[in-house]
Design a protein around this ligand. Structure first.
Ligand code: NAI
Length: 327
């Protein structure tokens, strides 16, 4: 029972993978790099491969198939980095590894608070021993209306956490949840655009909501609106967003995800010329906090995804019912 694990981080995953594989009676091929056509041969002899958010496109999937791979599991909740249709055509199943929503929800609340209190600019000034106050006046959450788009596991947890701050909470989702109604009001999206001081995104990226926040929707928002995105970069049209920051329509933002982040995040690029101009622009604004897609990254997360992704491979190989299979 062999599994090839790509993007295996030596500093926090390797030991856990090794220990847990031993417990489950599995052999592992561990590779620190993302899967590509160069290292796809490492999957030979493994019916299952284990990946994170690097792109798994149709070419790679066909190469996996040619090496005998039948199941791809990703140590993430989102799986839009895997071409599920191509996998289906190749007869390859896909699984994800959901982990508790608390880490991302905490991080989201942190980004909301940091954005409304101008924490990016405060930290920048403190680092330079500039202890002036001008331009750093913040707002209090209790005075604001927060729009939460997507009330699945993470969005619902954000709503529950925010309820403790005494703000008004408006929510939108394709499906309403009774639990959320204790703390928030479900309203049409148009009302969120119109009334929210802060908008936070918690939906998966789909064809329908690609560039959900774009020129048209931004135009409907309040002046100085704060946008937080810990979901997926392409929910926001970067060009329209940059223009709205430049003209002051968007007052602040906290972006844990950006468009075109594939291949960029989780690598040391300090000596590289990067081609992602949107990211360069976002990083240049004092009222935008950018982090490298790490809202999920807690001790709890690492333990959960390593264990569940291996267990998911084991269930697949034993032909048992697999709660992690998504396609
Ligand atoms: P979930 O599947 O529990 O919830 C997603 C919710 O979005 C569902 O209630 C669904 O009905 C709703 N939804 C789907 N399409 C919609 C649309 N067009 N409009 C409105 N609502 C829509 O997912 P979960 O666990 O809450 O995660 C949300 C997203 O957060 C993930 O899909 C992923 O993209 C992102 N994420 C980011 C992480 C990070 O580290 N920054 C870590 C984990 C997830």
């Amino acid at each position: 029972m062999q599994v090839t694990v790509y993007n295996c981080r030596p500093f926090d995953e390797k030991e856990l993978f090794t220990e847990y594989a031993k417990e489950l009676g599995m052999e592992l091929v561990l590779c620190a790099d993302a899967p590509d056509l160069e290292n796809v041969s490492l999957s030979k002899g493994s019916r299952c491969v284990n990946v994170i958010t690097s792109k798994v496109d149709a070419n790679l999937i066909r190469a996996f198939r040619d090496n005998g791979v039948e199941y791809i599991t990703t140590r993430t909740i989102g799986y839009d980095h895997i071409d599920v249709e191509a996998a289906k055509e190749c007869g390859i199943k896909v699984g994800n590894a959901p982990y508790g929503p608390g880490g991302v929800a905490d991080y989201t609340v942190m980004l909301i608070l940091m954005s409304i209190r101008r924490m990016g600019a405060i930290l920048g000034r403190t680092a330079l021993q500039d202890y002036t106050l001008a331009g750093l006046n913040g707002r209090e959450l209790r005075d604001l209306t927060v729009g939460v788009i997507g009330t699945g596991r993470i969005g619902a947890t954000v709503v529950r956490s925010l309820s403790g701050f005494g703000c008004r909470i408006l929510t939108y989702d394709l499906y309403e949840k009774e639990e959320v109604k204790q703390y928030a009001e479900y309203v049409p999206l148009a009302q969120i655009w119109k009334e929210a001081d802060v908008i936070t995104l918690h939906t998966p990226l789909t064809q329908e909501n690609h560039h959900l926040i774009g020129a048209d929707t931004i135009a409907q928002m309040k002046d100085g609106v704060v946008i937080v995105n810990t979901a997926r970069g392409a929910l926001i049209d970067s060009d329209a967003f940059i223009e709205a920051i430049e003209n002051g329509k968007i007052g602040a933002a906290g972006l844990d995800v950006v468009e075109n982040e594939f291949g960029l995040y989780y690598y040391d690029h300090k000596s590289d010329i990067l081609k992602n101009r949107e990211l360069a622009m976002f990083r240049s604004f004092p009222n935008v906090i950018v982090s490298h897609h790490m809202a999920f990254y807690t001790k709890n997360y690492v333990e959960t995804v390593v264990k569940d992704s291996l267990m998911s491979c084991k269930l697949y190989m034993e032909g048992k019912e697999n709660p992690w299979e998504v396609g």
